[in-house]
Write a protein that binds this ligand. Structure first.
Ligand code: SF4
Length: 148
């Protein structure tokens, strides 16, 4: 299964903010740290704010912070939210598959997809920034910790 780019970016933003300490990096700084276009990062950050996982303070000294809900968020829940509930195969696309009305493979793929998500459910954002990932994230961050 291949994740959408936005799903992976959402998880990377959460991970980056999880190691920010008292710092509140801006969306532009996070985009720079993650080496992604600002517009992509801004779209993902807006969705994470909508989900209550990230808070934003405006003005001087403002920036992004992980909420408590974000710190304990399940990676599986984030992946489900960003991936949506579509099938891994497009059975009903522009040229619908002739087997779509009764396909056992489709059911098997749905169960495999759910098993994939379920395996990520017990994993939290805090879990995935444990060493060695957290220190690596701090190392690539252009934003000094403890500042905005
Ligand atoms: S074979 Fe089954 S899973 Fe594959 S596209 Fe057709 S309906 Fe979907």
């Amino acid at each position: 299964m291949r994740l959408l780019r936005s799903t992976d970016l959402a998880l990377r933003v959460l991970m980056r903010l999880a190691v920010a300490g008292e710092g509140t990096p801006t969306t532009r700084q996070v985009a720079g740290d993650m080496d992604v276009p600002y517009t992509h990062a801004a779209k993902v950050v807006a969705e994470l704010q909508h989900m209550g996982l990230v808070s934003a303070r405006r003005g001087r000294g403002g920036g992004l912070a992980l909420s408590e809900k974000g710190r304990t968020a399940s990676v599986g829940a984030v992946v489900r939210a960003f991936e949506g509930d579509g099938d891994v195969v497009d059975c009903e696309g522009a040229t619908p598959c002739p087997l779509a009305s009764g396909c056992r493979l489709r059911g098997a793929l749905r169960r495999a997809q759910e098993a994939f998500y379920a395996s990520l459910d017990p994993v939290t954002v805090a879990d995935v920034v444990a060493s060695p990932t957290g220190p690596i994230l701090l190392g690539i961050s252009a934003t000094p910790q403890g500042t905005s």
